[in-house]
Ligand binder design. Structure first.
Ligand code: SF4
Length: 414
């Protein structure tokens, strides 16, 4: 029996574990229950040691909390003992009430100091387990994932410049790139998936990676084969993630599949995929932003860390309740976490596209030279943007009854 078969059914709720290979991807460590960020430490004798920072207690959802740094440095074999310690604490002391069962609530209840004290005690126990003294070091270079040496040498000896195109990222190994394939809404038809797997087998290392933003990544593509790989993807109706692939849209399953969903987030996201702003400046802005849509406040699409975030809820309109969204602005994950502010409730499903259009118009009108959508929103401030937005979309909004409430049963149900 696997260790996870024993641990998973006993935990009060899941623990999301995130690994970042360097600082560039470190932000997500702060919004996951457990986050490891690879770091390098030099000892006094000048020797380099590779290991991890350990972050703990982050999670978005209806009550977003950011994690904190639990350990400055863990050697790779200690990462397993640290995880075991957190699992053990979560299982023994975590709240069994579903609405409060994520690790962040235990940390909130205890306070960081008490959590750290408990962690250090249990961590020491786990470190000293006989099986943990012999944890093998993770392999830094799995030979099964690399092209054969003769191919790598050939690519290195015949350098070709890498096209400066979004969606193409140089690998640290000379001569090779990573291609990011845009997958709108994370949906691929079976024949497209076959086409991607053919490209991975013929031009890459035969492995297709799923990215955290619902796209695909192909590694070990020789620079000289980029053109052929892109052509093959194009023939299957796919393109590289870039300017032409539209905004960075992320949508959870919503009412299409999820039992907890309030709104059809996939449907709203499809409306946005079809949306083509008329003014060139708005169109250019639209290509540059991130829009995340969650079908309920649980935030599986991480609506609090997007340029524009939408979270499904219900709005009382007269005697009825209308499916609608709360609107968040100013969030980001790349380059440092910032949680967006909720600036308006009651964005009904028909208002989603006009709201995005109006926001593009506000930013296009008020931005300073060189400012991004995000920078303009932050400079103007959430209140100012909300009041400008109201002038544009207010007339489209249905008349609301007294209170606009979220659905309490759904909060943190995941
Ligand atoms: S955000 Fe809500 S609707 Fe979307 S997948 Fe998560 S629980 Fe389901």
């Amino acid at each position: 029996m696997k260790r996870s078969d024993l641990i998973n059914p006993t935990m009060p709720n899941r623990l999301n574990v995130y690994f970042a290979g360097c600082r560039a991807c470190a932000s997500d460590a702060i919004i996951n229950d457990i986050g490891f960020v690879a770091v390098e430490r030099k000892t006094e004798d000048g020797r380099r040691h590779l290991g991890f920072e350990l972050w703990v207690g982050g999670s978005l959802g209806a009550h977003p909390m950011l994690g904190f740094k639990l350990k400055e440095f863990l050697s790779p074999p200690d990462a397993l003992a640290a995880c075991q310690a957190i699992f053990a604490i979560h299982t023994k002391f975590g709240n069994r009430n579903k609405a409060k069962s994520r690790l962040k609530y235990l940390i909130e209840q205890w306070g960081r100091e008490e959590f750290i004290e408990m962690f250090e005690k249990v961590f020491l126990e786990k470190q000293n387990l006989p099986e943990n003294r012999e944890v093998p070091l993770p392999s830094l270079a799995d030979p099964g994932r690399r092209p054969p040496l003769w191919k790598r040498i050939g690519n290195r000896l015949n350098p070709v410049s890498i096209p400066n195109t979004p969606g193409i990222l140089p690998q640290r190994q000379p001569g090779y790139v990573r291609l990011t394939v845009a997958v709108p809404l994370g949906e691929l038809r079976a024949e497209q998936l076959r086409a991607v797997s053919r490209v991975a087998r013929r031009h890459g290392n035969g492995i297709v990676h799923f990215t955290k933003d619902q796209n695909l990544a192909l590694h070990w593509i020789p620079i000289r084969k980029i053109g052929r790989a892109v052509q093959a993807l194009k023939a299957a109706g796919l393109s590289l993630k870039g300017k032409e692939s539209g905004p960075a849209l992320l949508a959870c399953p919503g009412t299409e599949f999820c039992t907890l969903a309030v709104t059809n987030s996939q449907g709203a996201a499809r409306d946005l995929l079809r949306f083509r702003p008329e003014a060139p400046e708005k169109a250019a802005l639209f290509q540059s932003i991130s829009i995340h849509l969650s079908g309920c406040p649980n935030s599986c699409a991480k609506h609090q860390v997007a340029d524009i975030g939408l979270a499904g809820t219900m709005t009382p309109v007269g005697e009825l309740r209308r499916f609608s969204y709360q609107l968040f602005l100013g969030g980001q994950v790349e380059g440092g976490i910032r949680l967006g502010a909720m600036v308006r409730k009651g964005i009904t499903e028909e208002m989603v596209v006009p709201t995005v259009d109006a926001l593009l118009g506000i930013v296009a009108t008020d931005r300073l030279a060189g400012e991004s959508f995000q920078e303009t929103v932050l400079r103007l401030g959430a209140d100012q943007v909300a009041s400008l937005l109201e002038k544009e979309i207010g007339p489209l909004a249905p008349e609301l009854s007294d209170a606009i409430t979220m659905i309490p049963d759904l909060i943190e149900a995941r």
